[in-house]
Design a protein around this ligand. Structure first.
Ligand SMILES: [Zn+2]
Length: 457
């Protein structure tokens, strides 16, 4: 792999141990890693990229995504609807597509490819996908297809084997027509780990075990997954928790909170990261920090479902590991993590009269890089420091929409006509240059997705 020299970087956000912010500095990339930062001479074999107009930072890490949902944006019947009904409506639509022969690995691959390209274009270099929908309870190679697309597009992927195993007819809240047996999800999960999981801290593909949630999954799945993760380095554990639909179920079914329920299944440890957490009890926050679990803030879908934003300031004050993500496009309508940072920066102000409780641009960028990387147990990502993975995203800070900005870091979050990154490097390869995807043709990707999209409901 030829080396790269990012020359004369206007502003470099490192998110290293000291959160250094450097000006007019060079960054060398070699063998897929950051090798040097400083005043560097170009070497004959390396490509020099002029970064004198760019703010360069670690590539964003999206810690919670459902890429198959790219084909399910802005469904009219699901635009203004509460979460319980939204989940039912989404499930019915997936089943309709499946019965009509449209919910296939090929369709999912095309949608995932579009979502990955959209993610790269807003600076995301690692995405944690959770694929949990298996219509008819049939294991088709949906996740395998998503993995193949990540390899083609050049994005790092944490591929989460999602599950729904506790159908309504047996006392759970999972849809009967899309639940699978525990034996089947364990069999397929082990097969995926054998075939694809790379335990290297900089592995491009990792497998995680990701039940949809304690209201739609049997506890046996959580405990079996915890055992498998313990035996397989780098395999993470991920689920939805406290998303407004699991709390009452856990109280009724188990007489415990969702957090207590997953704890009994071996999920109170640093292999675990949890999505949403909108109605988590404040009194549990110290135990989240003590357990070392990661918490993912998903501001856009939480707002779209009418929830108050999750208590992110309390998590940070409590010493929790906090990451950021978008979730799937059915409840976000996009994969634009940078745009969601702006939403978070503004929305949290409505929920505290004390400005010191509002989330700053730097805090949100740190959550979206180093924080999300920690959630995924990938400490060599989300930071620009020698030895770290060469995942970088850069924005032009000299454009007309950024005239007058006195702090370019705040400006990155609060200004901008577009969230398109100017330059993105993933695993040492340039994947976006001059604001266009260069690893694949983004126009062809969009056209293929449109051509594959099933008819509107
Ligand atoms: Zn989700």
């Amino acid at each position: 792999m030829p080396g790269l020299l990012l020359a004369n970087v206007a502003v470099l956000l490192t998110f290293d141990g000291e959160d250094r912010e450097l000006q007019n500095v060079d960054v060398r990339v070699a063998d897929g890693r950051i090798s040097e930062i400083g005043d560097l001479e170009p070497q004959a074999t390396e490509t020099v990229i002029d970064c004198s107009r760019l703010l360069v930072m670690p590539g964003l890490v999206n810690a919670h995504q459902h890429l198959y949902q790219v084909g399910l944006r802005c469904i009219p019947d699901l635009e203004r609807i509460l979460l319980q009904e939204w989940l039912k409506g989404l499930g019915q639509l997936c089943m309709q597509w499946w019965r009509d022969g449209h919910f296939t690995p090929e369709t999912i691959a095309t949608m995932a490819r579009a979502g990955m390209v959209e993610s790269l274009l807003c600076g995301v270099t690692t995405v944690a996908d959770q694929h949990y929908y298996y219509p008819g309870g049939v294991t088709e190679p949906y996740l395998e297809a998503i993995i193949s697309e990540a390899q083609a597009v050049g994005i790092r992927l944490n591929a989460g084997r999602g599950t729904m195993t506790y159908p309504r007819s047996e006392g759970g809240e999972g849809p009967d027509d899309a639940c699978q047996s525990v034996d089947e999800v364990l069999r397929h999960s082990l097969e995926l780990i054998d075939a694809y999981h790379d335990p290297d801290p900089l592995g491009k593909i990792r497998i995680d075990l990701a039940p949809c949630g304690p209201h739609v999954d049997r506890l046996e799945v959580f405990s079996s997954f915890a055992e498998i993760a313990a035996e397989n380095p780098g395999v993470g554990l991920h689920t939805h928790l406290y998303e407004g639909v699991d709390t009452q179920f856990c109280r009724r079914r188990y007489g415990r909170s969702p957090w207590q329920v997953i704890g009994e299944a071996g999920w109170h440890n640093d292999r675990v990261w949890l999505a949403h957490m909108v109605d988590c009890p404040r009194g549990e926050i110290p135990s989240y920090a003590a357990a070392g679990v990661g918490l993912v803030h998903l501001v856009a879908p939480d707002l779209r479902m009418g929830f108050r934003p999750a208590p992110v300031r309390a998590w940070l004050n409590g010493g929790c590991t906090v990451g950021f993500g978008t979730t799937g496009s059915a409840s976000n309508d996009g994969c634009n993590q940078m745009g969601d940072l702006r939403l978070a920066a503004l929305t949290h102000r409505q929920h505290s009269p004390q400005p010191e409780n509002w989330l700053s641009a730097r805090e949100l960028l740190a959550m979206s890089t180093r924080g999300s990387a920690r959630c995924l147990s990938r400490p060599a990502l989300g930071t620009i420091t020698p030895g770290a993975g060469a995942d970088l995203a850069a924005w032009d800070i000299t454009t007309v929409d950024r005239v007058g900005v006195h702090d370019p870091v705040v400006g990155l979050v609060l200004t901008g006509l577009s969230d398109r990154a100017d330059l993105v490097i993933a695993a040492g390869e340039v994947v976006v240059q001059d604001g266009r995807c260069v690893s694949v043709d983004e126009d062809e990707v969009a056209a293929a997705a449109r051509a594959t999209l099933p008819p509107a409901p």
